[in-house]
Design a binder for this molecule. Sequence first.
Ligand code: NAD
Length: 423
Amino acid sequence: MASDPFSNAMAQLAQALKFLEIEPQILEILKKPQRILEAEIPVKMDNGITKNFSAYRVQYNDARGPFKGGIRFHPHTDLVEVKALAFWMAIKCAVVDIPFGGGKGGVTVDPKKLSSRELEALSRGWVRAFFEYLGPQKDVPAPDVYTNPTIMGWMTDEFSKLAGKWRPAAFTGKPEDMGGSAGRTEATGHGGYLVVDALAEKLKLEKNKTTVAVQGFGNVGYYIAKKLHDAGFCVVAVSDSQGGILDKRNHGMDPENIMHAKKAKGLIDGCYCVGTVCDCENYQKISNAELLELEVDILIPAALENVITLEVAKKIKAKAIVEMANGPTTPEADEILKARQIPVVPDVLANAGGVTVSYFEWLQNNRDEVWTAEEVLAKLKPIIENAFEKIWAMSQAKKVGLRTAAFVLALTRIIEAIKTRGF
Ligand code: NAD
């Protein structure tokens, strides 16, 4: 039975603290968010009835810079989940050494059940609820599960209206014609691809013989699958909330084709057609549970937290795991994977490409600059690769897992900032 995400986050913190000397006052700071904001957002629905939605913003730690982190719209989102995600954001920003702290937001809502007008009203309501605590030098939100550039555009517009001036640096992940960065949409997947590439080299895996399974086919899952396919890796299985498909030949599928088919049919299907060409025989339908247990080289959870539990960890046949979702592995599962010598590249490194390019977007907005996608991805590469090398080396030197190494690196930086600023 998996415990809640914040308990998992605190267990990960405790594990890393075994390798750090820390004053009790600083430990108290790290164990709690600096500020928790909650609001009920009223939205007049299309049927004329007003409905309230529970909304959150957790500002975990800003020792290294403004709070930074996405906003999740999901029916299961609650304060405990948002607290965990906010903590992981603080760690993540420190892992890649960008000048931000950690925060996260959310609304308990199934956005698939809202009309576009209702979704816009909810998004603008979120900004009005938390306005005084947001801003380019205070707290800079971004997209997360079931939020996207359109929503960030509405939020930036609402924030700017309330501020009485155009403030594009208040949100990242915006549409490009509103100051969004080229390359932001694909950034998390691209960063993940760089991590898989570096890991494959360490594990001496040959790209064109390396099989990969990806759970989740949204922004992150799609782009990492596409980037890996384009680079020559064999993506043999993908899934979304409704299930997935496995390439029975183990050749690898083209995620772009699968996305075309998903858009046409509304789900990932074992039989997909591009134009008049259909490919129905080579694919087998699989469940999300089956995907996690496939005999592949690299398993990539890219959907939600707590999917790799103790029981699942015992059955995993992959040689390595790269966490693109936040918090997909429970601490108990981590122990099993460690004992089974299956390396796990943690979320705070593997999916840090997104927040790094969010930082680039914030920089461009603050400096009135516009960078090309090529420039953005070229600047991302050394940041991710250096972080990976540092964490890999520390993991080898201290004989600890990659997650603990990443936490030790990040916590060292956060603690230093807390001390320098004074507390
Ligand atoms: P998204 O909304 O674009 O996609 C989510 C995907 O997960 C969809 O394909 C959905 O069908 C699938 N899904 C939902 N429930 C599922 C289930 N029970 N089993 C299998 N699949 C399921 O969201 P996203 O932005 O791709 O985020 C995915 C994960 O990556 C989240 O954990 C998020 O916090 C993390 N993340 C996202 C970013 C980013 O830049 N978007 C950055 C860092 C981390």
